[in-house]
Design a binder for this molecule. Structure first.
Ligand code: GLV
Length: 334
């Protein structure tokens, strides 16, 4: 989707981040911190990491005109309009969909790409992929009836896993699975030539990707191009009984279509760490579906120590006139 250039046209070049402070005189500006949990812990971590900077905890802002950086999981558009000297927003989460709102201030948004968070998510996915590959649901059911029997065996090299999304997180998950011996399919917008994965590119190859994967791991962000991507027509192309593991964003999946596909067996089971909206509504039938496992968005937390170091390093980069990374590309949607 083409979007009028709401971003400074120089975004992505060092000129977009002129150094107005030497790092030594950054005491004159403030950072506004708005984590979604453990505010005091985050405050202490940022104060340790950036001892010369004033860090304020939202909503207690002493002087809005001094705020140059907002570090937040989510921040209301109207609130952001209160900071005339705002230079950048630094996300405390991997997902940045809220910053695609055209009413957001026209400043760079720095995403959080934390390898430690990707490790956590990789462990979550390995758990569930192994659960399905080894048919653990059947063994758990048998244990309840004290039955000792085998349910057949699929080796890891016979169990291809498809990564729907192959950025920092998708790659880390794929690497963990590949190291164990699972063949990897990777679906991206434009394809990848990495020789350890089978590449599928663009919407034209999405159905083939789904059919080729025993388990589909969805780590897609919520963007105008991904919203509702997994719908009934796509579930038609799952391997019969194929598994879906969604830890990207709930909005990428049409939940009513998923329920139908679970009921008629096009999808064998789903693991949902995300929903739309969150928390999942009490009357959502996914809660009680026998082939659905739900976790409340816990596959990867924002980890205080590593995230603080990464965000603080990006603030220092901006103060020194260098480019922070990775930047949200609003035309791409992530
Ligand atoms: C979690 O979903 C995040 O965006 O970090």
């Amino acid at each position: 989707m083409e979007r009028a250039l709401a971003f400074p046209s120089s975004q992505g070049t060092p000129e977009a981040f002129p150094s107005t402070h030497g790092v030594e005189d950054c005491g004159s500006m403030s950072i506004l911190l708005n984590p979604y949990r453990d505010p005091e812990l985050w405050l202490a971590a940022f104060q340790r990491e950036l001892p010369d900077v004033t860090v304020e905890l939202w909503p207690d802002v002493t002087d809005p005109t001094q705020i140059e950086f907002v570090v937040a999981t989510r921040q209301d558009v109207d609130d952001l309009a209160r900071y005339p000297k705002l230079r950048a927003i630094l996300s405390m989460g991997a997902g940045v969909e809220q910053y695609l709102d055209p009413k957001m201030p026209d400043v760079p948004v720095v995403r959080l790409a934390d390898p430690a968070m990707s490790d956590e998510m990789a462990a979550y996915v390995v758990h569930w992929v192994v659960h399905f590959q080894k048919r653990l649901d059947a063994y758990l059911a048998d244990q309840a009836d004290q039955i000792w029997r085998e349910h057949g065996y699929t080796t890891m090299d016979e169990y291809p896993v498809g990564l729907l999304g192959f950025g920092t997180i998708g790659r880390r998950i794929a690497r963990a699975l590949s190291d164990l011996g699972f063949p990897i399919n990777a679906w991206t917008r434009t394809g990848t030539d990495e020789d350890w994965v089978t590449s599928y590119a663009g919407l034209g190859e999405l159905n083939g990707f789904l059919t080729a994967s025993s388990a589909v791991v969805n780590v897609l962000p919520d963007s105008p191009t991904t919203r509702g991507l997994l719908n009934s027509g796509r579930f038609d192309h799952f391997r019969p009984g194929g598994r879906l593991i969604n830890l990207g964003r709930g909005a990428t999946t049409v939940e009513a279509d998923l329920l139908d596909a679970l009921d008629d067996g096009r999808v064998g089971a789903a693991v949902l760490d995300v929903a739309d909206p969150e928390p999942m509504a009490a009357d959502n039938q996914l809660w009680s579906h026998p082939n659905v496992r739900i976790t409340p968005h816990i596959s990867g937390f924002t980890l205080v120590r590593s995230a603080t170091q990464l965000i603080a390093a990006n603030i220092r980069r901006i103060l020194a006139g260098d480019e922070p990374f990775p930047l949200l590309d609003r035309s791409r949607g992530y």
